[in-house]
Design a protein around this ligand. Structure first.
Ligand code: NAP
Length: 277
């Protein structure tokens, strides 16, 4: 069994981006909007801001009060759409309940939608024509590429069907010409499906629900899940120790998909910069 070292792959990607930034006319710019004071979201936004600075990007961290109106938030997005220093706009989710996240995402210019959530970018992913692809699934594809395994013809099972992870992951794997099964909370015989999978991508958000003996010997296991146990320990959706005995390659939690998501956000911002040029 080999570990897919997300931390290392992300570090290499960031180094490569930093090198490229040195050759550009101006620094690519990323604006991150945080609404309210949710502590977890604040940490994510701070990490993104630090990652931007590390690679030499121009970064704007915009904090708005939880009571901001829908129109004020949309106005802020439009201002950033028209700001030439800004190549990428990201609105940290979740938003307070009175705000329509979908409307906010649809207001971001598709050329600056570095999260890849705008319907135009999702539509392009469906057609295998996209350039701004959702960060977590795209980061998973970068990780899979490091194994050297050709995904064409492989049986892949994605567990979880959210708009931000599971669904775009399905399309990424299909675009790589894999045969893909996607599961949700109503799926029957999940273990039976996983036992036939060459590649498993777990994105549920339930600690260690995927058991080791559900993994086919030699399968590749990607664990997107991040779950904090009562004792404070972070675990994925997969029972790592037991699955590692079966898998040929496996991602750890932490240090797997997590660091790749931020590195891929930087990659998308650089892509958006180049496309705007
Ligand atoms: P989400 O929006 O809550 O979606 C969870 C999905 O899992 C839903 O489609 C749900 O099915 C499905 N599901 C729930 N129980 C299931 C079960 N027993 N069997 C099969 N499917 C089941 O979650 P998300 O935003 O995609 O996030 C998933 C996990 O990934 C979370 O732990 C999150 O923290 C983590 N995450 C990590 C990163 C990273 O950078 N590493 C990025 C994003 C998310 P239904 O559709 O039927 O409800």
């Amino acid at each position: 069994m080999k570990i897919i070292d997300g931390k290392k792959i992300a570090q290499n990607l960031r180094k490569d981006i930093a090198q490229q930034v040195k050759t550009l006319e101006r620094a690519p710019g990323l604006a991150v909007i945080l609404v309210g004071d949710d502590p977890a979201s604040a940490v994510y936004v701070r990490n993104k801001d630090n990652a931007c600075k590390e690679v030499g990007f121009y970064s704007e961290k915009i904090n708005k009060p939880a009571g901001i109106t829908q129109q004020q938030l949309l106005d802020e997005v439009v201002r950033l759409n028209n700001d030439d220093r800004i190549d990428g706009i990201l609105v940290q989710l979740p938003l307070p309940k009175h705000l329509d996240a979908n409307l906010v995402i649809e207001t971001i210019s598709p050329q600056k939608d570095v999260d890849g959530f705008h319907s135009e970018n999702i539509g392009k992913l469906m057609q295998n024509k996209s350039y701004l692809r959702p960060c977590t699934p795209k980061g998973v594809m970068t990780m899979l590429a490091t194994t050297g395994i050709d995904l064409a013809g492989k049986d892949c099972v994605v567990v979880g069907a959210s708009n931000i992870v599971g669904r775009p992951m399905l399309m990424e794997l299909l675009n790589a010409r894999a045969t893909v099964t996607i599961c949700n909370s109503k799926t029957q015989d999940l273990s039976g499906k996983l036992r036939r999978a060459d590649v498993v991508v777990a994105a549920v958000g339930a600690p260690q629900i995927i058991q080791g003996d559900w993994i086919k010997p030699g399968a590749v296991v990607i664990d997107v899940g991040i779950n904090r146990l009562e004792n404070g320990k972070l675990v994925g959706d997969v029972d790592f120790d037991a699955a590692a005995e079966q898998a040929s390659w496996i991602t750890p939690v932490p240090g797997g998909v997590g660091p790749m998501t931020i590195a891929t956000l930087l990659e998308n911002t650089l892509t958006a910069y180049k496309n705007r040029k």
